[in-house]
Design a protein around this ligand. Structure first.
Ligand code: BGP
Length: 488
């Protein structure tokens, strides 16, 4: 690959997590329950239940203990430093800062916790990349006003942003607004992204969907994001803000014009709508058409569109796990993906959790995004969820010979380099995930992504001790050589 353009010297090699999937300490130091704290453990065949009232006798709630980053962050950050990470993507759990959302003053214990984490990162020369809202929100808002459906959450979000933007000046530079905001274009977005729970909703797979409410909530997220950008820049002009979407990469299953147009339309709505709004600063024409055809009428205040125009983001970040195929026919074998469903692509391998592996799709996505927006890009999630089988090391510890993970990451890094050679401006890459954490989709521990094995099983048993996997040493070398050496 040496004839190709190299990764930029300042390339941000890193890894990622989300608060509710790694911290634990769900009720400590003033924290209130978040929407993430009342979803049960599930599996590939059994959707996670949404229980507005906790029933700990009957269910397990994986976020409650998670992998205890709350108490072990120094050890975790030391391991990241040993790997040579330049950036660590993490999220702030807003229920540590404004626990119920109604407080007028932030919770000092919560602010102090993240300040300690940022200082620890700084000590090791690791740049934090902070998601303000990664599927967390006070559960109280769901009960009181059905989450982001209510416009009042914009003020709550701004209050939270003001507290963290002010407190962490000089410690954080890169901010992401709402994790995978474009999942709001699908019914799954109701719970995860907006805290909306209509009567009759029971679990992830069965969420009662009222598109009018969902798109209204998404409008509130857009306004909140735009205002937060302006607020942040007024507090510290060097702050850099990114939108964060999941790459819904859809191929037409056949070359039938019907499949092609169907895949194109779904790509517009799911793939580009949110970035069009947050980067171009306006609602695209195709969504006006979609709203009209589906009887959706958004309530807006007079300045909303102006604010959206003025509060555009600086860069585009996205998660990328693979692709899916779409067809208008109904009889094909179904394939899952990150919050997506489609038809199995005969050219692709699949993971143990039925997600299509498509490294070249990453190069394709990078080119599509760059071509459309001409803003810097960051890949902020990419990785392989797989079951690991730890083996004993000579010193009595554990390790995992995870060549499958190395192979997956290697192929994606190769495609990123090709995209850079194509001319794409790519700022960084944070794999999912730094250490093993709880799976968002299924709540399992056994669906592992990390470079560091965490001793914990699906019954919630295990010491939570950390062990370096083979991929840990591999990624260290990738970073040391700035992506030149990808051999395992
Ligand atoms: C994304 C989320 C992450 C993460 C990842 C992997 O949708 O932003 O939080 O978990 O997917 O998904 P899963 O955990 O379901 O394997």
């Amino acid at each position: 690959m040496s004839q190709l353009k190299a990764f930029p010297k300042e390339f941000l090699w890193g890894s990622a997590t989300a608060a509710n999937q790694c911290e634990g300490g769900w009720d400590l130091d003033g924290k209130s329950p978040s929407i993430a704290d009342c979803i049960t453990m599930g599996s590939l065949g059994e959707a996670r239940k949404i229980t507005l009232e906790l029933d700990e006798e009957k269910y397990r709630y994986p976020s409650h203990r998670a992998v205890d980053f709350y108490h072990r962050y120094k050890e975790d950050i030391a391991l990241m430093a040993e790997m040579g990470l330049k950036v660590f993507r993490m999220s702030i759990n807003c229920t540590r800062i404004f626990p119920t959302g109604e407080e007028t003053e932030p919770n000092e214990a919560g602010l102090a916790f993240y300040e300690d984490v940022f200082r620890e990162l700084k000590k090791h020369g690791i740049e934090p990349l902070v998601t303000l809202c990664h599927n967390d929100m006070p559960l109280a808002f769901t009960k009181e006003c059905n989450g982001w459906k209510d416009r009042k959450l914009i003020d709550y979000f701004l209050k939270y942003c003001k507290a963290v933007f002010t407190r962490y000046r000089g410690l954080v530079r890169y901010w992401l607004m709402f994790n995978e905001i474009n999942i709001m274009t699908k019914p799954t977005g109701n719970w995860h992204h907006a805290g909306i729970c209509h009567e009759g909703t029971t679990d992830f797979g069965n969420q009662v969907d009222v598109p009018q409410d969902r798109y209204q909530a998404l409008h509130h997220l857009f306004v909140a994001s735009a205002r937060a950008v302006k607020l942040g820049k007024s507090i510290d002009p060097s702050y850099q803000f990114g939108t964060m979407v999941t790459s819904f990469l859809y191929y037409p299953y056949t070359c039938s014009p019907d499949d092609i147009f169907y895949a194109y339309e779904q790509t517009q709505i799911q793939g580009y709508f949110c970035t069009d709004v947050q980067i171009k600063g306006e609602y695209p024409y195709y969504m006006q058409r979609y709203f009209e055809r589906n009887g959706i009428r958004l309530a807006m205040e007079p300045d909303d569109l102006k604010e959206i125009k003025e509060g555009t983001v600086d860069f585009l970040s996205f998660s990328y796990y693979g692709s899916n195929c779409l067809t208008v026919q109904e009889t094909k074998e179904e394939l899952l993906g990150n919050m997506s469903k489609g038809v199995r692509n005969p050219y692709l391998e699949i993971t143990q959790w039925n997600w299509g592996i498509d490294a070249k799709g990453l190069r394709y996505s990078l080119n599509c995004f760059y071509d459309r927006y001409h803003v810097p890009l960051m890949v902020v999630e990419n990785g392989l969820g797989a079951e690991d089988h730890p083996v004993r090391t000579a010193d009595g510890g554990l390790t995992v010979e995870d060549d499958y993970r190395i192979e997956y990451l290697k192929r994606h890094i190769q495609e990123m380099r090709l995209a850079i050679d194509d001319g794409v401006e790519l700022l960084g890459y944070t794999t999912w995930s730094a250490m093993d954490i709880v799976s968002l989709g299924t709540g399992e521990f056994k669906k592992r992504y990390g470079f560091v094995y965490v001793d914990c099983d699906d019954k919630g048993e295990g010491t939570l001790d950390r062990y370096r996997k083979k991929s840990f040493y591999w990624y260290k070398k990738v970073i040391e050589t700035n992506g030149e050496c990808l051999e395992g």
